[in-house]
Design a binder for this molecule. Structure first.
Ligand SMILES: *Cc1c(COP(=O)(O)O)cnc(C)c1O
Length: 434
């Protein structure tokens, strides 16, 4: 079948995500036929380096033999069984492993990040209800936060283009000043700015804690806001404030978990254990949809009762899917056997070094947290992001700037020569656009 036919059929039958479909009148879809390591290959054999890990999900490359093999093995024994009333080895093994890694437990599963956010919010609210704190019904988050786009998650998200249209449908939540270092005053250190923002948080929590169920936060990097990064001191203070005022801390590690920031989980860099952790995206290495929320024994115990209604009566059809769990187990096995976090330090240093080349261009705020590197392009181009995206594709690179922020979040398996290609192709694209 010709590409053109496939593209037309896709536009007729598929409503693509996060897209004004009419823009595809001028801008073609790309028909991907196969993946191979950091590369995506289209129907004409053209290769694109996947510098954004296919929306931040892929960790160890496309067509990874070990993850693929684990799914195939699982497929021969059990593809799925409902998790209410039943259990299976992959979900138990994964839950034990995640508990060991996070210091939390009682893993509750869903299939995407937004559902994990919903679960954490509902669990927090329900915990306070079960413990007689009926007034604690409100949530707070950071300015420019992103926690997913279902109605509950959108209620704590603060990205105008995703949120404003649906405002009449959303629960109200308050947004605390973001410790995004780009917003600091001249001469202020990242840590001082983090402390100043934490002080604002404390003032708010001090006044409203009787109504507050939880503070939900993206640890260290607010990815969807344009890779806004901040000092770990903010997390440490946030933990102390939440503990002091009896408010839950929900760590949304959906994007930053599984090594993206250099540690397995970003909260580790502040030596903080949240009350809830939300995981998804990289959890299966980018193979299958899966998310999980883990929490404390204390929260779990507040639901453990003779009364059915005190239980957490939430479910998704594919909760704990064995294929997805086996992909996640294979992903965690790679972390262990290949000393991934150690190896990533070298890759991150190499990337940092190579990215100095961008300093010859009009850019600001070069920043990096582990395997995420970003900078802001100074331009008056009104459609910089889409122009840069198109120019990068021409160079054989999948890059998806957010506003004027160009970022790299490649699969961890990227080689040095592939980093070279990624940087050179980005330089080429930027020179074309600027
Ligand atoms: C992507 C993301 C989500 C939502 O996950 P989906 O699987 O897209 O629903 C939530 N929080 C953060 C921080 C994310 O990056």
């Amino acid at each position: 079948m010709s590409n053109q036919t496939l593209l037309n059929r896709s536009l007729q039958s598929v409503w693509h995500p996060c897209t004004q479909m009419r823009h595809h009148e001028n801008f073609p879809l790309i028909p991907i036929q196969r993946g191979e390591g950091v590369w995506l290959v289209d129907a004409d054999g053209k290769r694109y380096l996947d510098a954004v890990s296919s929306w931040w999900v892929n960790l160890f490359g496309h067509n990874n033999p070990r993850i693929k093999e684990a799914i195939k093995l699982q497929l021969d024994t059990l593809e799925h069984v409902m998790l209410a009333g039943f259990t299976h080895e992959p979900v138990v093994n994964l839950s034990e492993k995640l508990a060991k890694l996070t210091g939390l437990g009682h893993a509750f599963y869903a299939s995407d990040g937004a559902s994990a956010t919903e679960i954490a919010l509902k669990m927090s609210f329900h915990y306070w209800r079960n413990t007689g704190k009926l007034l604690k019904t409100k949530f707070i988050s950071l300015k420019n936060s992103y926690h997913g786009e279902t109605l509950g998650a959108l209620g704590v998200t603060d990205v105008a283009i995703f949120k404003d249209t649906y405002a009449p449908l959303l629960m109200q939540s308050a947004q605390m000043p973001s410790p995004d270092f780009r917003l600091s005053a001249e001469g202020e250190t990242a840590e001082d700015f983090a402390l100043r923002c934490a002080h604002e948080l404390e003032l708010y929590v001090n006044e409203h804690h009787a109504q507050l169920a939880a503070f939900i936060i993206e640890p260290l990097v607010q990815c969807a806001a344009g890779m806004a990064m901040y000092h770990p001191t903010y997390l440490r203070r946030a933990r102390e404030i939440c503990t002091q005022y009896d408010v839950h801390l929900i760590a949304d590690e959906i994007a930053v978990g599984f090594g993206r920031t250099g540690t397995m989980f970003a909260t580790e860099q502040a030596k903080v254990t949240p009350d809830f952790i939300c995981l998804s995206k990289g959890i299966t290495g980018g193979y299958l949809p899966l998310s999980a929320v883990l929490t404390t024994d204390k929260v779990y115990q507040a639901f453990y009762d003779d009364s059915t209604l005190k239980g957490f009566l939430h479910s998704h059809s594919y909760t704990g899917n064995p294929l997805a769990c086996s992909a996640a187990l294979a992903t965690l096995a790679i972390f262990e056997s290949d000393l991934v976090l150690e190896k990533n330090k070298q890759t991150a240093a190499y990337l940092s070094n190579k990215a100095q080349a961008f300093n010859t261009l009009p850019i600001a705020h070069m920043r990096q947290q582990g395997m995420i590197l970003a900078f802001d392009v100074q331009t008056n181009h009104t459609k910089f992001a889409s122009a840069c995206y198109a120019a990068a594709l021409n160079q054989g690179l999948l890059l998806r700037p957010i506003g004027n922020t160009v970022y790299f979040m490649p699969p961890y398996t990227i080689t040095e020569s592939e980093v070279d290609f990624m940087i050179d192709a980005t330089l080429g694209a930027l020179k074309q656009v600027l």
